[in-house]
Design a protein around this ligand. Structure first.
Ligand code: NAD
Length: 434
């Protein structure tokens, strides 16, 4: 295994508009793709397709602030690959968003959708903005202008955005309304993660956290880690992190450490997950939570745990942190939290990493259900949705686990092997146009 990794070609590619490094998001993605080449057989001749986004749009998003000032933000929509279906992927509002990051996130969506066999390609969007500094009306103006600017390349059969970091059902409602006004339709299927009365799906808000719990519990079972009393650390207590933590706590595990942008809290006896979630809703973060002890941010990575759940941003598990981690299993709830060098260190230390492309796929699976329900205008119960979600994600995990074991490779390379095989087969069957 180590020989294959060392023999992999360099991560750089010759796109003129990005300069990836070994640990930047696009560099991380390229290194991950490099590792599947040996398992692609005759499809390997198509692998370069995965190293190039099909389309990347950069838009100017000017708005008038409430005080009359005009400000400009930079927005992106990247469609990485559309071989297997329309683009699908979230929209992120964050002051550090870059084209390179959105490219990587769109590529991970291509792989994720194929890993769980949804009929989608991969896309992602973002605006370089700090939404905490905008009023609700300003946020609406940003969202509507961005939606209009990318309106030519999105659509229910073209590319379907969804929530990601700092975006939610309200933002999706504005996107749906703007697209509908511009096209003279009521296009509920243009976005997923909408409010329920606008064609949203039951279970969507909690779906990613649920998928993290369901795949995590399955991985723990396979690794003989008992759920009762399992010590869990969670970085990021937003939508995904908090919903996953609540389900683990209900199942009998202990949430011993949490970290977000406001602080780090530790309690060896276990934090009260529902109380912590309420504290976050009231105060905007975990910092200052009275049910545990505040510790320095870097100490989070030294906490003695059984399971670590990164549920914040990319690139958090660096090589030095991977050397220090005291966990048996990493559940990648965030997209791209582990840099390639750290992946190798964790593998060498016998720490299993359940990769993002399967671990956090619950959200896009229920987004797919939402899209299907919108097309048929017939809505399912939450019970039906959860049952179907659990089946798809557990079956996909079993397939990936088996593939990894068969080749003696880490789960990430196993997941990429399954997914890239499907994507490149579709590409080959379609052939090159013209
Ligand atoms: P969110 O905005 O609800 O929460 C983000 C969390 O990250 C917050 O708790 C925030 O405090 C924390 N955070 C931000 N910067 C941080 C920092 N520097 N250090 C520590 N914590 C920090 O977002 P979310 O929807 O929960 O998404 C979290 C991750 O899950 C992202 O990587 C996202 O791409 C991924 N994801 C989300 C979904 C979904 O359905 N929402 C689906 C798949 C993957």
């Amino acid at each position: 295994m180590a020989d294959i990794i060392r023999a992999a070609p360099p991560v750089m590619n010759n796109l003129s508009y990005v300069q990836p490094t070994a640990s930047s998001p696009w560099g991380t993605y390229l290194a991950q793709v490099d590792r599947v080449g040996p398992y692609m057989g005759s499809l390997a001749r198509w692998v370069e397709t995965l190293r190039r986004p099909k389309r990347a749009l950069i838009v100017d998003v000017p708005i008038e602030l409430d005080n009359g000032e005009i400000v400009h933000f930079e927005g992106y929509r990247v469609q990485h690959n559309l071989s297997r279906g329309p683009g699908k992927g979230g929209v992120r509002y964050h002051p550090a968003v870059t084209l390179e990051e959105v490219m990587a996130l769109s590529a991970w969506m291509t792989v994720k959708n194929a890993a769980v066999n949804l009929p989608y390609g991969g896309a992602k969007g973002g605006i370089r903005v700090d939404p905490a500094k905008l009023s609700l009306k300003e946020l609406e103006r940003v969202t509507r202008r961005y939606t209009s600017e990318i309106g030519g390349i999105i659509g229910p059969q073209q590319d379907i955005p969804a929530p990601d970091v700092n975006t939610n059902a309200q933002v999706m409602a504005w996107m749906m309304d703007t697209y509908s006004m511009n096209t003279g339709t009521t296009a509920t299927g243009v976005v997923t993660g909408k409010p329920i009365h606008l064609g949203g799906s039951l279970g969507r808000v909690k779906a990613t956290g649920r998928g993290v719990f369901v795949t995590g519990a399955e991985a723990m079972r396979r690794l003989n880690i008992p759920m009762a009393g399992a010590r869990i650390a969670v970085q990021g207590y937003g939508n995904v992190g908090s919903n996953a933590a609540l389900l683990f706590a209900v199942a009998g595990a202990k949430i011993v450490a949490v970290q977000d942008h406001t602080g780090t809290v530790y309690n060896a006896a276990g934090l009260d997950a529902p109380r912590l979630a309420a504290h976050v809703v009231h105060t905007g973060g975990v910092g200052g939570f009275s049910g545990g002890e505040g510790i320095p941010p870097e100490s989070f990575w030294d906490a003695e745990t059984d399971v670590l759940i990164p549920a914040a941003l990319e690139g958090q598990i660096t090589a030095p942190r991977a050397e220090r981690l005291r966990a048996r299993l990493v559940l990648e709830a965030a997209n791209g939290p582990t840099v390639p060098e750290a992946d190798d260190i964790l593998a060498a230390r016998g720490i299993t990493v359940l990769p993002d492309v399967i671990c956090n796929a619950g959200g896009v699976i229920v987004s797919y259900f939402e899209w299907v329900q919108d097309f048929s205008s017939y809505f399912w119960t939450e019970e039906e949705i959860n049952q179907r979600l659990d089946k798809i994600i557990v079956d996909a995990l079993a397939h990936i686990w088996h593939t990894a074991q068969q080749h003696g490779i880490p789960l990430r390379t196993g997941a990429f092997t399954v997914a890239c095989g499907r994507i490149l087969m579709a590409r080959q069957e379609r052939g090159l146009y013209p």
